[in-house]
Design a protein around this ligand. Structure first.
Ligand code: CDP
Length: 206
């Protein structure tokens, strides 16, 4: 079984995807961490994330174990990730790995922006997870603080809007719900309620 979970930044899809994978005994792949690793490697090596050729080379020779999760989750890496993610050659370089994980038994839950539309258009279940920008910024602000990355709420909200716009307006694999995706708005739901709602949707599609 393949479960595709897409949505904008900090919509709660990562937490949800991890729990859904555990609940149904599936592999979990956070596809955003692939783009974040490309971005983090470029920043660490003094490369400009806007340099398409360097980004392509970095994606093709990627060492996925090079960084800790905390290094990948900063606001600067998220911003650079959305820059490299708009580049077709970077996306192409990361596609096969994602499809291999998805098609390996017993199946997987993948979360990202284009899982239901491009990576796994035949996924058994597609969820599009959203929440209001203000609620997403509130959650991301807390998350960043917990990781020691101190930012103002206003800056987090502004960065989130910039990133969402870039992700939704790019020509290659833009952020948008697949036609057959089920929408799940978590603005008013805590993690437990969102998880229960997602379990019902996945169980219903099985
Ligand atoms: O955790 P958050 O929702 O903030 O971001 P993420 O899922 O880690 O993704 C970071 C960036 O990678 C996004 O802003 C997208 O530009 C890009 N991305 C993508 O283009 N396609 C995916 N399947 C996953 C992430």
């Amino acid at each position: 079984m393949i479960v595709a979970i897409d949505g904008p930044a900090a919509s709660g899809k990562g937490t949800l995807a991890r729990r859904i994978a555990k609940h149904f005994g599936l592999t979990y792949l956070d596809t955003g961490s692939l783009y974040r690793t490309v971005a983090c490697a470029m920043l660490a090596d003094g490369l400009d994330p806007h340099d398409a050729e360097a980004a392509h080379h970095t994606a093709e020779t990627l060492d996925l174990k090079r960084f800790e999760d905390a290094q990948l989750r900063t606001i600067a890496v998220g911003e650079a990730a959305s820059v490299v993610a708009a580049m077709p050659k970077v996306r192409q370089a990361l596609l096969e790995l994602q499809r291999t994980v998805a098609s390996t038994p017993p199946g997987a839950v993948l979360d990202g922006r284009d899982i239901g539309t491009v990576v796994c258009p035949d996924a058994d279940v597609k969820l599009f997870v959203t929440a209001s920008p203000e609620e997403r910024a509130r959650r991301r602000h807390l998350e960043l603080q917990a990781g020691g990355d101190v930012q103002t709420y206003d800056l987090v909200l502004e960065q989130l809007r910039i990133r969402d716009r870039r992700d939704a307006e790019r020509s290659e694999a833009p952020l948008k719900p697949a036609e057959d995706a089920v929408l799940l708005d978590t603005s008013e739901l805590d993690i437990e309620a969102a998880f229960q709602a997602a379990v019902e949707i996945v169980s219903g599609k099985r």
